[in-house]
Design a protein around this ligand. Structure first.
Ligand code: MG
Length: 637
């Protein structure tokens, strides 16, 4: 049976809030970082009582530093220091002291000296019934790889001395992972787990600021856990994350994210074991399998009666038709082929409160599942917040989970286009046609607050069973932003999640204008973008102005027919190419500086046109600057 644990250092706040957040998220074990005790107003035994009351076992006190290989008198002093730690452990009721490899320039790298020091420490710990765990820090003065730490533990040869494995140090140093499986299980004191993004950075800075939960970064967490557990190790697996963003976030949500990330680690481990005919590590605690997602059933906008005609005009310009009105609510359905857009003007309830905070915006997405009941069970098993809205007599009750900024993600049963599910809630206008040039929703881009980026990645990956691609950095005229594409298996729903570092980037301005994260872009696909744009322009749709230089550059970069480039220039269409695939796309002007549509035509191209993102951002920035200039002129008149 796998036992999950979390180190107090992962979370911000007082020791009390950290312990209760861990327990609330379902943890039964915790590592206590000594600083948390230093800042704690009570006595260590009161911390123990608190942990007991919450059903938390304190599995370790961490860390003891700069111990092994020191010259006298530092060596003797260190042994005294250890006795004081033992006293503390006595009060805390924990039996393991975690020791990090020495970083002091006074220390010796002599392996036998270090082993002798650890043997002595372990001997003293044994008289008190305690164990010592020794961990190689990636930036240790002499010991920085797990193989070195293991050799010292092996030579010290004490039954109560083991190695602490930590995926962070092991991956940061690119240490070999498979040989971990050869360590005898009873010589592993603790298995710690932390992921990190694939940034080129010195290990100490990476460790102190960028560690993240498994699955949020780019490192081989599954391979690591498989190797560590292949030893037969049956102790706790503990999250140890140093990250400023985590400590700045509410501890409850960090503990919940940590638990979710571990639950899906366990799920993947057991899936891998099953294919090898092995028994599960998590018997009886398996999550309901993710339900299969076949697409976005609808996108719901909320707006007011006053703003509604402008939004309807925008949608009709893109070729959507208002085909139905809700039987009991002030809600319209716009449709074009298989794309459904719901426009909600209700004056009460969830959508209206969303409108009051965010203005005209996307308040909900409905994803189509093969088995929405199982999707809901999984969401509950992963502690997602669920929502059941008000419905009229005979109307469909659709469960939802809370998404970014408390928007909703409806869990719907997949339906063939135009099927009766819609008839239950909507009165259709028999005369309204819904064919048009736009065929399907290609992707949606979601802007999230920087502090919530990892949290939403874990949400989509765990609750909805999405997968993610490596993070990319994109240039913005006012800074940089980061994007990571998450998608439902099979690619039926793809969502680039975007965050910004800079104060004035398009992403940051969106967060400011919108009052938080949300859907910024809806990309719709067509089979003939040229005729679509001609018709849409004729209907008065305003597309983003693309500077002429872009097309000069295009003709220099690609061997394209001058007539084709001229046509793109005349219509404002952008172009990208990858291998033999071609991509044509265009953006509408922003609606209230909050969202915009992209229309695209893929010709054997599967990317997102990121090469053109800087030109889009620059054009949107100058559009925003112009809007602001005009507003200021009006104000001064
Ligand atoms: Mg560690």
């Amino acid at each position: 049976m796998l036992r999950w644990s979390i180190a107090t250092v992962c979370m911000g706040g007082t020791l009390e809030t950290k312990l209760s957040a861990a327990a609330r998220a379902g943890f039964r074990a915790i590592e206590i970082f000594e600083n948390d005790l230093t800042f704690f107003s009570g006595k260590p035994r009161e911390a123990r009582a608190m942990a007991d009351d919450l059903g938390l076992e304190i599995i370790a006190l961490q860390p003891m530093r700069d111990f092994e290989g020191m010259p006298e008198p530092a060596r003797a002093k260190n042994l005294d220091r250890a006795e004081r730690k033992f006293d503390l452990m006595e009060e805390l009721g924990t039996s393991l002291l975690s020791l990090c490899s020495n970083v002091s320039e006074d220390s010796s790298g002599d392996i036998d000296r270090c082993a002798a020091d650890l043997a002595e420490l372990a001997g003293r710990a044994a008289t008190r019934g305690f164990r010592i765990g020794y961990e190689a820090l990636a930036w240790g003065r002499h010991v920085h790889d797990w193989m070195q730490a293991w050799e010292i533990v092996r030579r010290a040869d004490r039954p109560n001395l083991g190695i602490v494995l930590d995926s962070f140090h092991i991956c940061a140093r690119k240490n070999p992972i498979p040989p971990i499986a050869q360590i005898p299980a009873d010589r592993i004191a603790l298995v710690q787990i932390a992921d990190a993004p694939g940034l080129m950075m010195d290990p100490m800075s990476l460790s102190r600021h960028h560690r993240c939960f498994p699955g949020q970064g780019d490192w081989p967490m599954d391979e690591y856990l498989e190797a560590a557990l292949a030893t037969g190790y049956a102790g706790p697996v503990s999250l140890e994350i140093f990250n400023d963003q985590f400590r700045g976030a509410p501890p409850n949500s960090i503990a919940r994210d940590g638990m979710r990330s571990l639950q899906i680690c366990g799920e993947r481990l057991d899936a891998a074991r099953k294919t090898r005919g092995l028994s599960p590590l998590n018997p009886g605690r398996a999550l309901p399998e993710p339900a299969k997602i076949s697409g976005v059933e609808f996108i719901e906008f909320v707006t007011s009666a006053a703003q509604s005609p402008r939004l309807a005009g925008e949608l009709e310009g893109l070729g959507f038709r208002r085909v139905a009105h809700h039987r009991s609510k002030d809600v319209d359905l716009f449709r074009q082929n298989g794309v459904n857009i719901v426009v909600n003007r209700e004056q009460e309830g969830f959508a209206h409160s969303f409108y009051l905070v965010h203005g005209t915006s996307v308040c909900a997405l409905a994803l189509a599942f093969d088995d929405p009941k199982r999707a809901l069970e999984r969401a509950n098993a992963l502690a997602a917040q669920t929502y059941f809205g008000r419905t009229g007599p005979g109307e469909a009750q659709i469960p939802a989970v809370a998404g970014v900024e408390n928007s909703l993600i409806y869990l719907m049963k997949e339906t063939p286009e135009g099927s009766s599910t819609w008839d239950q809630d909507f009165q259709f206008d028999a005369a309204a046609a819904h064919s048009g040039p736009l065929k399907r929703i290609d992707h949606l881009s979601n802007v999230v607050r920087r502090t919530e980026f990892y949290s939403w990645i874990t949400f989509y990956k765990s609750v909805l069973g999405f997968t993610d691609e490596p993070q990319v950095e994109l240039a913005d005229p006012y800074g940089a932003f980061f994007s990571r594409v998450i998608s439902a298996p099979g690619g039926a729903v793809r969502i680039p999640l975007n965050i910004a570092e800079g104060g004035s980037t398009g992403v940051s301005r969106f967060i400011e204008n919108f009052g938080g994260g949300g859907v910024q872009q809806i990309a719709l696909s067509t089979d003939d973008i040229f005729s679509f744009v001609e018709q849409a322009r004729a209907r008065g749709v305003a597309f983003l102005d693309i500077p002429g230089n872009y097309y000069e550059d295009l003709s220099a970069r690609y061997d394209l027919e001058p007539a084709l480039i001229e046509r793109m220039r005349a219509l404002g269409i952008l172009y990208d190419r990858h291998k033999s695939g071609e991509f044509f796309h265009i953006y509408t002007k922003m609606f209230d500086q909050r969202f915009f549509f992209e229309v695209l035509e893929r010709r054997g191209y599967d990317l997102f046109g990121a090469a053109n993102t800087p030109i889009r951002l620059a054009a949107q920035a100058s559009e925003q600057d112009e809007a602001m200039r005009q507003r200021r002129m009006l104000e001064t008149e």
